[in-house]
Design a binder for this molecule. Structure first.
Ligand code: F6P
Length: 364
């Protein structure tokens, strides 16, 4: 009997369950393969007692349209930075990667499918360099993993953000207001830009293009005549003014390496007031609504293709690689290339040209 271990790491994302199901369905067509799942990333293997689930057809029945992940997830710690509490109450981190590899051997695991974003795939690459048979499956609502055309979960997040813009457009129009919608996207403005174009927003502010509040205000004024008019702005949480920094704080949560982004919309409201905006301004922060819930059909299909491909890569022994979508193919790329740089919005991106072409201001 051969064993493949599946895990989900990092922030959750619509479509994770559809990937898990596809791995199991594909594996069940081969003789002598068993799929097991580790709860909360690699924690399930490292915890005592271990938290490991056998994933058979019964375990994955009907999960393809469920949000979240039946294996749960974590974006804290991990095998290379496991948080440990000192006697004095302070915390430190230890490297448990060698222990992880030993435990996987004891479990009879031949290969690992790690479903996660850039942070998780960095862990995959380092474990691969230590001799583990790892395959990566990219996951992110932010669409910031490079070397793949897109990732599952992204289109669902765009749909949620677009629904929000649609709703905010009608209320902005009714009250002659400026309404700012803050969406996710720490480093990449893909969600913001897609939702702005789909929802017909007038302004889109993204991390890749620092904005000038005066230019944003000029755009607002151009939309008002004798005090009447309205403006919808979509801002990514990681957007920053020219010469400024992103609106983010260290949470102090043990093992949490990321910053917590919040406040970009509120800060923009204050900047607009300073720039002379006299209209009513309101803000909405969409937050984790973009990550939870049912994946749209596109993401379920992409997730199914990723899960199927991941197991085929196990059969081929294509370790140290990540599943990748290169239209019209589902293919693979070395993990090293995948983690080498993030997928950010660049000025030559087709959609940015379209957005500018239809009058969207990026505040630059
Ligand atoms: O990476 C996806 C993402 O949704 C970011 O856009 C956001 O900043 C972050 O996760 C929030 O993660 P959490 O609140 O789960 O730590």
């Amino acid at each position: 009997m051969k064993r493949v271990l599946v895990l989900t790491g990092g922030g959750d994302c619509p479509g994770l369950n559809a990937v898990i199901r596809a791995v199991v369905k594909r594996a069940s067509q081969e003789k002598d393969w068993e799929v097991i799942g580790s709860m909360q990333g690699f924690n399930g293997v490292l915890n005592e007692p271990q938290e490991i689930k056998v994933l058979d057809d019964d375990a994955v029945r009907g999960i393809h349209f469920q949000g979240g992940t039946i294996l749960e997830s974590t974006n804290k710690g991990g095998p290379f930075a496991w948080p440990v509490k000192n006697k004095d109450g302070t915390w430190t981190t230890v490297d448990r990667s060698d222990e992880l590899i030993k435990k996987l051997k004891l479990l009879g695991v031949d290969s690992v499918i790690n479903i996660g974003g850039d942070g998780s795939q960095r862990i995959s690459q380092t474990l691969y360099e230590k001799g583990l048979n790892v395959i990566g499956v990219p996951k992110t609502i932010d669409n910031d993993v490079s070397n793949t055309d897109s990732t599952f979960g992204f289109q669902t997040a765009v749909q949620v953000a677009t629904d929000a813009v649609d709703k905010l457009v009608t209320t902005a129009a009714s009250h002659n207001r400026v309404i700012i919608l803050e969406v996710m996207g720490r480093d990449a403005g893909w969600i913001a830009m897609n939702a702005a174009v789909a929802g017909g927003a007038e302004v889109c502010l993204i991390p890749e293009i620092p904005y000038d509040p005066k230019k944003v205000n000029d755009k607002i004024e151009s939309r008002f005549h004798k005090g009447r008019g309205f403006v919808n702005i979509v801002i990514a949480e990681g957007a920053k003014p020219k010469g400024g920094t992103e609106s983010a704080v260290n949470t102090g949560e043990v093992g949490y390496a990321n910053k917590k982004y919040s406040g970009a919309a509120g800060r923009l409201r204050d900047e607009l007031k300073e720039a002379g905006c006299e209209h009513d301004v309101r803000e909405t922060v969409l937050g984790h609504l973009q990550r939870g819930g049912v994946p749209i059909a596109y993401d379920r299909v992409l997730a199914a293709q990723f899960g199927n491909k991941a197991f085929e890569m196990v059969l081929e022994g294509k370790f140290g690689h990540m599943v990748s979508y290169r239209h019209p193919y589902i293919t693979s790329v070395p993990l090293k290339a995948a983690i080498s740089k993030p997928n950010l919005v660049t000025q030559d991106t087709a959609l940015i040209k379209t957005a500018r072409g239809i009058g969207v201001s990026f505040g630059d």
